[in-house]
Design a protein around this ligand. Structure first.
Ligand code: SF4
Ligand code: SF4
Length: 140
């Protein structure tokens, strides 16, 4: 069994197609969805762990690429630079695992590194660039 955490980015052209259904049905793959933000007629992003026999996994990735889905492997480590973070909270809206969350009653933004999947969705939304990637994920 092979398993990897992936970020799939869908263009407008393919966002309405049953891509994930095909991965399960045609390639015998299993998935654990962490985040799906897809709007009809617009671009979308899915963060998920994909599992299956290595050969099925490779065939499934080829199917995704051929369908026009951009697939990136989560291979890095994401850390917060606490000196840069000014607690604005923007990152908590996109974090799929709850690693970034509002701590009450102080209303401070906490980072639980052990829950982080290194999907990097928080990096571009942080105005302070406080979320840093140690190793870059690779396009596959
Ligand atoms: S990389 Fe950022 S958005 Fe992704 S799980 Fe880790 S803290 Fe959350
Ligand atoms: S978006 Fe950046 S600055 Fe704002 S709370 Fe998150 S890590 Fe801190």
């Amino acid at each position: 069994m092979h398993a990897e955490m992936l970020v799939l980015q869908f263009s407008r052209k393919v966002v309405d197609q049953p891509i994930i259904y095909r991965l399960v049905k045609d390639f015998n793959l299993e998935f654990n969805l962490l985040k799906a933000a897809i709007n009809p007629q617009q671009e979308g992003v899915i963060v998920m762990e994909l599992r299956g026999h290595p050969q099925d996994f490779r065939r499934g990735l080829k199917f995704l690429r051929d369908a026009g889905v951009q697939v990136k492997r989560v291979a890095g480590e994401v850390r917060r630079n606490d000196e840069l973070c000014y607690q604005c909270g923007a990152c908590t809206a996109v974090c799929p695992t709850g690693a970034l969350y509002i701590e009450r009653p102080a209303m401070s933004v906490a980072f639980a590194a052990e829950r982080c999947s290194a999907c990097e969705l928080c990096c571009p939304v942080c105005p302070a660039r406080a979320m840093e990637v140690k190793l870059n994920r690779n396009a596959i």
